[in-house]
Design a protein around this ligand. Structure first.
Ligand SMILES: Cc1cc2nc3c(=O)[nH]c(=O)nc-3n(C[C@H](O)[C@H](O)[C@H](O)COP(=O)(O)OP(=O)(O)OC[C@H]3O[C@@H](n4cnc5c(N)ncnc54)[C@H](O)[C@@H]3O)c2cc1C
Ligand SMILES: NC(=O)c1ccc[n+]([C@@H]2O[C@H](COP(=O)([O-])OP(=O)(O)OC[C@H]3O[C@@H](n4cnc5c(N)ncnc54)[C@H](OP(=O)(O)O)[C@@H]3O)[C@@H](O)[C@H]2O)c1
Length: 450
């Protein structure tokens, strides 16, 4: 049963719930609140804190990028917006209940887990998904019990994306570089005490095909105590890569320029080195009780794909970070495509009344700003459905009533502001932007102090 067009006039309140408070969720909320229809937006977030990967993914030594949250704060203060943190869809409230309570549901839950390599030894102690390391050093409350053994001489990072570079760079920062960041205390201590001298970053294809971006490659060369080592032979491009480079975006050419400059450098004897190795895939992680070495196979590029040769190499290492991408996880009752690991959708519309935005809509790629255009596209379809009276009717009741009946302690926006104040106050005397509260209890306690 659809509502008629007459029912959706400019004065009708449309109630939309956005699930997930990362960039996609906030850009969705902002676009909805800017509409000429009267829209109320409730945002549900499983953590007591908003901003998704801006708080818990973006590297702590990139404070300028994290400051995009100031734009999200403005959206949160709009009178039509409410935040319900510490509420998890699938646990505290179900999808069909949201469909009943709201005119439209938008999922912007991101990509919550890592992609596996599928090689022997991947589960040995000492083999970690980058997702876990990133969440740990950023203070995600689900990851604070982890302990990373950084005592080995060599760490290996698999993957040639920006997350791989974040991981490599974080491992290479000096105490002085870490001190003014909001990296957790435990991570600062572990990295300061680390015995790692070489961080080997392994790409299965070549310098032209790497997924990282120029600013991120360029800043490797500015690290205080780390040399960057690139084998000049890896920059002797085959005809296919030459042609690809000639036709590539300027960003790819800038990447290669940085790598050429590194290849021409003489190591200066800094205490650490990041070594970028290309055309190599991991075949196995080796070790009896923990990772002791990695076996790599040399690849040739065939039509842009990495094809293994029979040339193999075993390299000692004590810790491996698999940084080959994130992937979405299904939510109970919500359509899910097992291959793309996304919610199947057409430009953000799953069906009238149900929408997706951000990484769960298009997969785990793109920078923060990419999610703005993406969310705007989704919202345009939602508003079109609203105008045409296609949204399914909503039932009685409110989210607050449902949460209260289940004794779910939602952290409202004022609760987050209280957490924010506590963290900033703890950081201030130490010259740090904040000291993050790392446990669920401490976050909830700070939220209650509002
Ligand atoms: C390690 C890392 C570093 C990055 N650094 C940068 C950078 O420096 N610059 C840049 O431009 N881009 C960066 N990006 C990319 C950027 O973070 C993403 O493009 C963006 O965060 C994706 O937005 P999203 O809203 O789809 O997902 P997310 O940011 O992941 O937000 C999803 C939110 O949904 C919540 N959620 C999940 N499941 C549920 C549920 N069941 N119920 C309620 N809530 C739920 C999550 O807790 C989370 O808060 C980085 C990405 C990563 C992984
Ligand atoms: N500072 C920033 O702006 C910043 C920081 C972090 C993240 N981000 C963004 O967040 C998004 C996610 O980043 P990401 O690094 O997780 O993903 P990504 O950019 O997709 O990179 C994944 C890397 O893993 C490699 N890979 C995939 N499967 C592999 C396998 N089986 N074996 C070996 N290598 C494999 C890929 O190689 P192939 O190309 O060969 O598949 C690629 O190099 C990106 O859009 C990124 O730009 C931005």
């Amino acid at each position: 049963m659809f509502r008629s067009i007459a029912q959706v006039s400019a004065t009708t309140n449309i109630r939309v719930v956005v699930v997930g408070s990362g960039p996609a969720g906030f850009y969705t909320a902002a676009a909805l609140l800017a509409s000429d229809l009267e829209v109320e937006v409730d945002m549900i977030e499983r953590l007591p804190t908003p901003w998704g990967l801006v708080r818990l993914g973006v590297a702590p030594d990139h404070p300028n990028i994290k400051s995009v949250s100031r734009a999200f704060e403005k959206t949160a203060l709009n009178p039509g917006f409410r935040f319900f943190g510490n509420v998890e869809v699938g646990r505290d409230v179900q999808h069909d209940e949201l469909m009943q309570l709201y005119d439209a549901v938008v999922y912007s839950v991101g990509a919550q887990t890592d992609r596996a390599l599928g090689i022997p030894g991947e589960d040995l102690p000492g083999s970690w998904p980058a997702t876990a390391f990133v969440a740990w050093y950023n203070g995600h409350p689900d990851f604070q019990d982890l302990s990373f053994d950084l005592s080995a001489e060599r760490a290996v990072v698999i993957g040639n994306g920006n997350v791989a570079l974040d991981v490599a760079r974080m491992l290479a920062l000096t105490p002085e570089e870490l001190a003014p960041t909001d990296t957790t205390e435990a991570a600062i201590e572990a990295i300061n005490a680390s015995g790692v001298h070489e961080i080997l970053v392994v790409g299965r294809r070549g310098p032209v095909q790497a997924a990282w971006t120029p600013v991120e490659v360029g800043e490797l060369g500015e690290l205080a105590a780390t040399d960057v080592i690139v084998d000049p032979a890896d920059l002797e491009l085959d005809p296919g890569s030459e042609a690809e480079l000639a036709a590539a975006a300027p960003t790819v050419r800038r990447n290669v320029d940085h790598l050429r400059e590194y290849a021409s450098r003489q190591p200066t004897g800094k205490p650490r080195a990041i070594r970028l190795r290309f055309f190599s895939s991991p075949v196995a992680l080796l070790g009896d009780e923990k990772v002791e070495a990695i076996e790599l196979v040399r690849n040739n590029l065939v039509d842009g794909r990495a094809v293994a040769t029979d040339e193999r190499d075993t390299i000692d290492c004590g810790i491996v970070f698999r940084s080959v991408g994130y992937q979405g996880v299904p939510l109970p009752g919500v359509p899910f495509d097992k291959h793309s690991r996304t919610i199947p959708n057409e430009r953000g519309r799953v069906e009238p009344g149900l929408y997706a935005a951000g990484w769960i809509k298009r997969g785990p790629s793109g920078v923060i700003g990419t999610n703005k255009k993406d969310a705007t596209e989704t919202v345009a379809l939602l508003l079109e459905d609203a105008r045409l009276g296609k949204l399914p009717p909503r039932g009685q009741g409110t989210l607050e009533e449902l949460l209260a009946a289940r004794c779910v302690e939602a952290v409202l926006y004022a609760g987050w502001e209280s957490i924010d104040r506590a963290e900033r106050a703890a950081g201030e005397p130490r010259g740090r932007p904040r000291v993050k509260l790392g446990s669920w209890e401490s976050l909830l306690e700070a939220a209650r102090a509002k």
